[in-house]
Ligand binder design. Structure first.
Ligand code: ADP
Length: 324
């Protein structure tokens, strides 16, 4: 049971209700753009209640997937179901319960956050002035913008704009929130503030957010997937997928001139200079790669680079296929 603010028919109420779980099932999604790029390639994914991170390099297909779930574009084939809703057949049913924050969030008018949220909540049907005030106080507080509520949104920093984007989508009381690369371009302090906002709304709704920053996932998510070239390469809880590297990480120090040879013979996940100007390599291997190597520990970043490397199949044996 959780204290929960609900807005129903324009009325705001704080009640103790049990948050029901939800399940978003994506099956065999395909999308080829007219320039021939296969942005989604038979993608299957199941997303349950909580904070879900979608990790992948630029061009992996994250935005295409987000826009498709948000019903802003159609796939060539495949299915999306949010519990009992057939999302592609009945997009309006999904939109009623969706909050979507795109990478580029529209135009920022010379209006205060207060005025703009008031206007938007009238548009969303909250007619009663006192209820609007409560609702606006609530979303400003949740997004940490209360102190800046009188400032023009056009004067906000990148991080404040992102948080304002969340504040306005919360006016709908969405069950499903999709946020596309929200931390791109934010400085570390703004990124932290933004992730804290997601953390608090992630206790009340399901949040899917995409990123190419590995720490966003480890800092925040209850569940994650890595996609590359439009395909799912790994899915699981950050705590359990990080175990996939146990016993498979090997470390050695080499001279820089040896790097090309090592690259030919090993799957190198990272290379860093040591204080004595040697290169320390982290190599992926099921058994000892040879003399000079010692056992090491894997990080989420190692897992990410390993999962993107076509030569190995990290975790495929652990990947439990969603609905097929
Ligand atoms: P990500 O969000 O992971 O960076 P995108 O979904 O934006 O990936 O893009 C996946 C691939 O599809 C990329 O190769 C991109 O260039 C291509 N792409 C995206 N949108 C379009 C479009 N409207 N027309 C043609 N190609 C596109």
């Amino acid at each position: 049971m959780r204290n929960y603010v609900a807005v129903t028919n324009g009325k705001i109420s704080t009640s103790f209700i049990k948050l029901t779980s939800m399940s978003l099932t994506i099956s065999h999604l395909n999308k080829r753009y007219s320039n021939g790029v296969q942005a989604l390639d038979d993608l299957c994914l199941t997303i349950e209640t909580g904070m879900f991170g979608l990790l992948g390099p630029n061009g992996a297909g994250k935005s295409t997937l987000m826009r498709t779930i948000a019903t802003l574009q159609e796939p060539d084939s495949g299915n999306i179901n949010l519990d009992e809703i057939d999302v592609l057949a009945e997009p309006m049913l999904l939109r009623r319960t969706l909050g979507y924050l795109p990478q580029e969030f529209g135009v920022f008018p010379r209006q205060s956050a207060d005025d703009l949220l008031n206007y938007l909540s009238i548009l969303k049907g909250v007619k009663d002035r006192a209820q609007r005030k409560d609702l606006i106080n609530y979303v400003l507080d949740l997004t940490n913008l209360t102190a800046d509520r009188k400032k023009h949104v056009s004067s906000y920093s990148g991080g404040m704009r992102q948080r304002f984007g969340i504040a306005q989508l919360l006016l709908n009381n969405p069950r499903l929130i999709i946020v596309d690369e929200p931390t791109a371009g934010l400085d570390p302090a703004e990124r932290n503030r933004f992730l804290n906002v997601l953390r608090s709304i992630g206790t009340k709704s399901t949040v899917i957010f995409s990123t190419h920053i590995v720490e966003d996932i480890t800092d925040l998510c209850t569940d994650m997937a890595i996609i590359n070239k439009g395909r799912l390469v790994l899915q699981g809880k950050p705590s359990s997928v990080s175990k996939l590297l146990i016993g498979k990480i090997w470390i050695c120090e080499i001279e820089e001139v040896e790097l090309a040879t090592y690259k030919e013979n090993h799957v190198i996940l990272s290379s860093n200079y040591t204080s004595s100007n040697k290169l320390q390599l982290k190599v992926y291997s099921n058994s000892s790669p040879g003399e000079g190597f010692r056992k090491g520990e894997g990080t989420m970043e190692d897992l990410y680079f390993g999962a993107l490397d076509d030569r190995i199949e990290i975790g495929l044996e652990h990947y439990s296929s969603p609905v097929l």
